[in-house]
Design a protein around this ligand. Structure first.
Ligand code: 1GP
Length: 257
């Protein structure tokens, strides 16, 4: 059993040492890939320099436990659940992002799913990492499923208000997400404003596909960058080449700050 809190300590150390952390999101969807594929993706991602594997998605079903077990066999970096619902929990993970979708219209996604999940988390002995989850326009499937009042892209001060509220409520990190596969990632001025005013790590994801984009997001102030779609599309073909370029670009951008 991992010591409670130790996964987050590991991540904070990566941010301190490298300036920025990279997480690979794997959607354990049996239509997209088998548990074995998930393990392979994770293995290449770790080799390319990714600092954590997240497992989850808005529509994941069926093979979460199997995928997590396979991923755990392949990597040493933390494996953290990113549940789209109560059904997204698995015993064999190291930790779980315990998220509240603060800009949802539906209390289910703010506190009700969490209340049911908390009992399972206790029973499974999972290490929870609390996360203020905020969905920015266009929001993708997560925005639709989570009934989010999408944060407007041209009003960074609204994103800042929600982010500060999340920090003041005691969340360990704030995640601004544009939605998986988003055509436009979270705007850089929004990342700059929020990262300059909050004191907890800022996580950014959704629609970040190229090394240049990831570098710009890191330079704007992201502490953790999440990528899913582009890795799932490229990693088995190029064995992690593009991912390794992306991670280098992020780390270089932080060094120049
Ligand atoms: C996870 O939305 C991110 O929350 C992942 O986005 O699939 O666009 O990388 P991508």
């Amino acid at each position: 059993m991992t010591k409670p809190g130790s996964t987050w300590e590991t991540i904070l150390k990566v941010i301190k040492d490298l300036g920025v952390a990279h997480f690979t999101l794997i959607d354990p969807d049996p239509i997209k890939q088998t548990a074995k594929d998930a393990g392979q993706i994770a293995r290449f991602a770790e080799k390319a320099g990714s600092n954590g594997i997240m497992v989850g998605g808005s529509t994941a079903f069926g093979i979460i436990e199997e995928s997590v077990e396979e991923i755990k066999k392949q990597v040493e970096i933390p494996v953290i659940l990113f549940p789209g619902n109560v059904s997204g929990l698995a015993r064999s993970a190291d930790a779980v992002f315990f998220m509240s979708l603060l800009n949802s219209r539906n209390p289910y996604w703010i506190i009700e799913a969490q209340t049911i999940a908390a009992l399972h988390i206790k029973a499974y002995n999972l290490d929870p990492i609390s996360m203020a989850y905020l969905i920015v326009h266009p929001g993708g499937t997560a925005g639709f499923v989570g009934d989010a009042r999408l944060l407007p892209r041209d009003k960074p001060e609204i994103a800042l208000g929600y982010s500060l509220a999340g920090q003041y409520m005691g969340f360990q990190c704030v995640y601004l997400e544009a939605g998986s596969g988003a055509e436009n990632a979270v705007p850089l001025p929004m990342i700059k404003l929020v990262s300059s005013k909050i004191d907890v790590p800022l996580v950014i994801g959704g629609g970040i596909n190229t090394p240049d984009q990831a570098g710009a997001v890191a330079a704007a102030g992201a502490d953790i960058i999440i990528q899913g779609t582009i890795i799932e599309r490229t990693i088995l073909g190029d064995k992690g080449k593009q991912l390794s370029d992306t991670i280098k670009a992020m780390q270089q951008a932080k060094k120049k700050e």
